[in-house]
Design a protein around this ligand. Sequence first.
Ligand code: BGC
Length: 349
Amino acid sequence: MEVYKEFVLKYKESDIYLYTIKNDNEISISVLNYGGIITRILTPDKNKKFENIVVGFKDIKDYIKNPSYFGAIIGRTAGRIYKGEFKLNKNTYILSKNYENNQGHGGNIGFDKKVWDLNVVKYKDKISLQLKSKSYHMEEGYPGNLDMVVTYTLDNNNNLSIVYEATSDEDTLVNMTNHTYFNLSGNLKNPITNQILKIDSDYILEIDETGVPTGKQLDVSNTPFDFRKITKIGDRIDSNHNQIKLANGYDHPFVLKDNKTQDIICMKDIDSGRYMKITTNQNYVVIYSMNFTNGELLYNNTKNNTRYGICFETQNPPIGYNQTFLKNSILKKGEKYIQTTNYKFGLTK
Ligand code: BGC
């Protein structure tokens, strides 16, 4: 296994580096100390051609703004908070609002825009990048000083694990995830619509037109949200189902039935032979199928197009109407928040 570091740019007073870990099978992952952004994951196709399976910019400077949150750590809370307000211990907290009337992905300066302290930790068969940062009391409106540690580990069995840990000196909200857009075709050759997906989920959370949960669960049976049998992502992505129309595709929390099983989320690309299996200790995954783009210039010299990437945001549910799901994201003073998600990369036989 090896790890190397390249200087990429100076941002405010900080040096921004790109760290790359490569395992003995030559699979590699590249991460910036800015936003903990995953810029590249190189894996082989069935002809042993290594290509990037995530969406990323051509110009590394573009990650500073990154309006679609390519590859970034999301926090304090992933997804929307209805009207950007919540009540905790009888206090009402008014958050910064960056998704119209709601707050989304932690506000104006979320964890995706922080410069993290990064340490490399080497083991025999794996290497970790340990990123540390702080979020101060009332930052973006949240109470409590929060200490965060996010650890990316690549091992020789082609597992990438991300472990998020946080502690606070006051009761607060925490709901972290990663916003990588995957595309297993390699170097963004094809849209994700031809790639296939299986999710062990019987219910999604209904959302309103602003993307927040209404509090209702919907049974996926006979809907475009039923991925219990392996199905092409594009088969029903333009259906007339009102939940699909509201979001212009998939942008919904799926309730994970049994998050301990190996096959809870599995994506495959038949042409390249690549697959990815995700396991997590979280009970929900928000699936976002790049329904809108900001026309970003990508590393393959194309302009970002809808449906060229898909995010699997393992997390607690976003906070919707009537503070629904607020409880899931409360971190009590002195307790430890731990979220773990593992991505296993492989090739079908
Ligand atoms: C959200 C989308 C949003 C996208 C980019 C996703 O995680 O669910 O609604 O458009 O991020 O901000």
